[in-house]
Design a protein around this ligand. Structure first.
Ligand SMILES: C[S@@+](CC[C@H](N)C(=O)[O-])C[C@H]1O[C@@H](n2cnc3c(N)ncnc32)[C@H](O)[C@@H]1O
Ligand SMILES: O=C(O)C(=O)C[C@]1(C(=O)O)C=C[C@@H](O)C=C1
Length: 235
C-alpha cells in the first residue's frame, strides 16, 4: 500500500500505529535513501558474523523485512529474533513470515527492558533515534554486554551535523530526495512536525562515541548518504 499518511493535516506526534504499519514498507523504501542498499550491507555483515547455532536480534524489527532477507540466505542453523513494541507492526511481521512459511520469532517487547541471551549479532536499523537520549547509551551498553566476544552490532540512523550550515544543507538535500520519491512539500513538512522531539538524531561522531563508551572496541561507518548512516560496532 502507498504511504499517504501525511497528505492530511496531522493531529498527533508520529507513532508506529496501524495507519503507519499498513504502509510502512512503502514508507521506508521511499523515505530512507538507499534503504535496500543499507539492508544488503546489514545482511552481508550479519552472515559474516553468524556462527553455527548462533543468534541474531533485530531491535525494532517493524514488519520483519530485514529478518526475512537474512533468513533467505542463511547458510548456518541460526535463531532469528525480532523485537518491537508496536502490535500493528508485529501483526504485519507475522503475516509476512506466515506467507513466506518462515520460522522467525517476532516478539512484542520493549528493547530497553528485554532480557537478552548471548548473541552473535545485534541489528537495530533506524530505531535508536526513537529511544530517548537519556537511556540510549544504557541500551547500547546492554547490547554490548549480551554480545559474544568479537560479536557485532550493526545499526542505521538518521544523523545530524554540528556545523549549522552543513546541517541545513543536509536537510535540504534529504527533502529533495523525498520530493523525487513522490512526497509533496506539504507531506514533508507535516512529517517533519510530527517527528519533532520523537526522532532525535545524533551526529556520526556522537554515535561512534556512544558505541566506544558502551564496551565496543571499534566502531565505524559502513555506508553513508548525506544524513543517513549505517554503522558497525565490534565488541
Ligand atoms: C523506524 S522503525 C525501524 C525500521 C526497521 N528496522 C527497518 O529497517 O525496516 C522503528 C521501530 O522501532 C520500534 N520501537 C521504537 N521504540 C521501541 C522500544 N522501546 N521497544 C521496541 N520497539 C521499539 C517501533 O515500533 C518501530 O517499529
Ligand atoms: O521521513 C522522514 O523524515 C524520516 O526521517 C524517515 C524515517 C526514519 O529516518 O526513520 C522516519 C520515520 C519512519 O519510521 C521512517 C523513516
Amino acid at each position: 500500500m502507498n504511504d499517504k499518511v501525511f497528505t492530511k493535516p496531522i493531529k498527533k506526534q508520529f507513532e508506529f500505529d496501524e495507519e503507519v504499519a499498513a504502509v510502512f514498507d512503502d514508507m521506508l523504501e521511499r523515505s530512507v535513501p538507499f534503504y535496500k542498499e543499507s539492508q544488503k550491507i546489514t545482511e552481508f555483515f550479519t552472515h559474516k558474523n553468524l556462527s553455527e547455532n548462533g543468534l541474531v536480534y533485530d531491535l525494532g524489527c517493524s514488519t520483519a523485512s530485514l529478518l526475512l532477507n537474512i533468513h533467505r540466505k542463511l547458510e548456518v542453523n541460526a535463531e532469528l529474533i525480532g523485537l518491537d513494541n508496536s502490535e500493528a507492526m508485529l501483526a504485519q511481521a507475522e503475516r509476512k513470515c506466515e506467507a513466506f512459511g518462515v520460522d522467525i520469532e517476532v516478539k512484542n517487547a520493549d528493547i530497553l527492558t528485554y532480557e537478552y541471551k548471548e548473541a552473535d549479532v545485534f541489528i537495530s536499523n533506524y530505531t535508536l533515534q526513537f529511544i530517548r537520549p537519556l537511556v540510549r547509551e544504557e541500551l547500547v551498553k546492554k547490547i554490548s554486554a549480551a554480545l559474544k566476544k568479537e560479536g557485532v552490532f550493526i545499526f542505521s540512523e538518521k544523523v545530524i551535523s554540528h556545523s549549522p550550515k552543513l546541517n541545513k544543507d543536509l536537510i535540504e538535500c534529504y527533502y529533495d530526495f523525498k520530493k523525487t520519491q513522490g512526497y509533496s512539500e506539504y507531506e514533508i513538512m507535516q512529517k517533519r512536525e510530527a517527528l519533532e522531539n520523537v526522532l532525535v538524531p545524533y551526529s556520526e561522531d556522537e554515535n561512534i562515541k556512544m558505541a566506544l563508551n558502551s564496551g565496543f572496541s571499534h566502531c565505524e561507518v559502513l555506508f553513508r548518504w548525506a544524513n543517513f548512516a549505517t554503522f558497525i560496532a565490534v565488541k
